[in-house]
Design a protein around this ligand. Structure first.
Ligand SMILES: Nc1nc2c(ncn2[C@@H]2O[C@H](COP(=O)(O)OP(=O)(O)OP(=O)(O)O)[C@@H](O)[C@H]2O)c(=O)[nH]1
Ligand SMILES: [Mg+2]
Length: 286
């Protein structure tokens, strides 16, 4: 039975139990997609997850997580986030969604996949690595990778990623800060074999990066704390696989989520400050 919780965590509960997804570190790959509005995060998430009934991106203002099985029997968990610098979401809503996103990633993501539409690469994106550091801690940069979308348009224009890196020094500088390198996606790809190929290649690159990082996902105390809310939600399902209001209880008992609620509202344009405030408030509770 597929379950939709109020945090948009969707999965097949029977399958999840069989796959032992509560031990995500060894048996799964967790991708956190992050980036500016409209860069292709949800489209890329859909390619990764091979949507059947439901799709990422129906509500662009919430974090969503979906899980699928990889060919080597590991699970691939994909977390899509609202666009940073979104103008229609309030700072409070953004903070809550980022807290949910952290909780969905627990014990931590294997990759912070920064999604870039090359034609719209801007100053804001150049700062993205700093944003990730402020949100998740300095070490997180070792787990960052750039996902360049609109590979179809690049191909039509005869522009390769290598050319972009060669002719655009600020893009080059940005990519070199992401220690996992880059990968190109054509989210408009219709051929299912080609879709699978680009996902398999992405997962291979993530695996190589994780190996370089000692074979573990990125985690820190913040992610571990957030996992408690997630675990409580998972365990407190009723017999039909439906949550029993447990998310609320888990959130009330979770210092990370409480910290989110205690931070002061910030301007919508300054999402970074908002998420940083969440982190600092959480640190004070420790
Ligand atoms: N041609 C082409 N169009 C793409 C590609 N990826 C995304 N798009 C288009 O770009 C638009 C935005 O894509 P989304 O996947 O919704 O972007 P997003 O980052 O999830 O947007 P927000 O959730 O609003 O932040 C859509 O019209 C997509 O069809 C791509 O690789 N090639
Ligand atoms: Mg989206």
């Amino acid at each position: 039975m597929a379950v939709q919780t109020n945090s948009s965590l969707q999965m097949d509960m029977g399958q999840a139990a069989r796959l032992n997804i509560t031990d995500p570190d060894e048996n799964s790959v967790t991708i956190l997609l992050i980036g500016k509005t409209g860069t292709g995060k949800s489209s890329a998430a859909n390619i990764c997850i091979e949507p059947s009934r439901s799709q990422f991106g129906e509500n662009p203002l919430i974090c969503e997580k979906k899980i699928r099985l990889l060919r080597d029997c590991r699970t691939l968990a994909v977390i899509d986030t609202p666009g940073l610098f979104h103008t229609t979401i309030s700072a409070e809503e953004m903070k809550r969604e980022m807290a949910r996103c952290v909780s969905m990633c627990a014990p931590g993501p294997h990759v912070f996949l920064i999604v870039i539409e090359p034609k719209r690469f801007s100053r804001e994106e150049q700062d993205m690595v700093e944003i990730i550091k402020k949100m998740f801690g300095d070490e997180a940069t070792r787990y960052t990778m750039v996902l360049i979308t609109h590979g179809d348009e690049m191909e039509a224009d005869g522009v390769s990623a290598e050319k972009l890196l060669y002719f655009n020094p600020s893009f080059n500088e940005f990519v070199s800060k992401c220690l996992g390198g880059y990968h190109v996606f054509n989210n408009n790809e219709c051929n299912s074999e080609n879709k699978k190929k680009q996902v398999n290649e992405l997962v291979e690159k993530i695996d190589r990066m994780v190996q370089r990082n000692g074979g573990l996902c990125y985690t820190n105390d913040m992610f571990r704390e957030a996992q408690r809310a997630n675990d409580q939600e998972m365990f407190q399902m009723n017999g039909q696989g439906e949550p029993i209001g447990s998310r609320d209880a888990a959130e009330r008992n979770n210092s990370f989520v409480r910290a989110v609620e205690q931070t002061e509202a910030v301007g919508v344009a300054d999402v970074v400050k908002g998420v940083r405030a969440v982190r600092e408030a959480w640190c004070k509770t420790q």
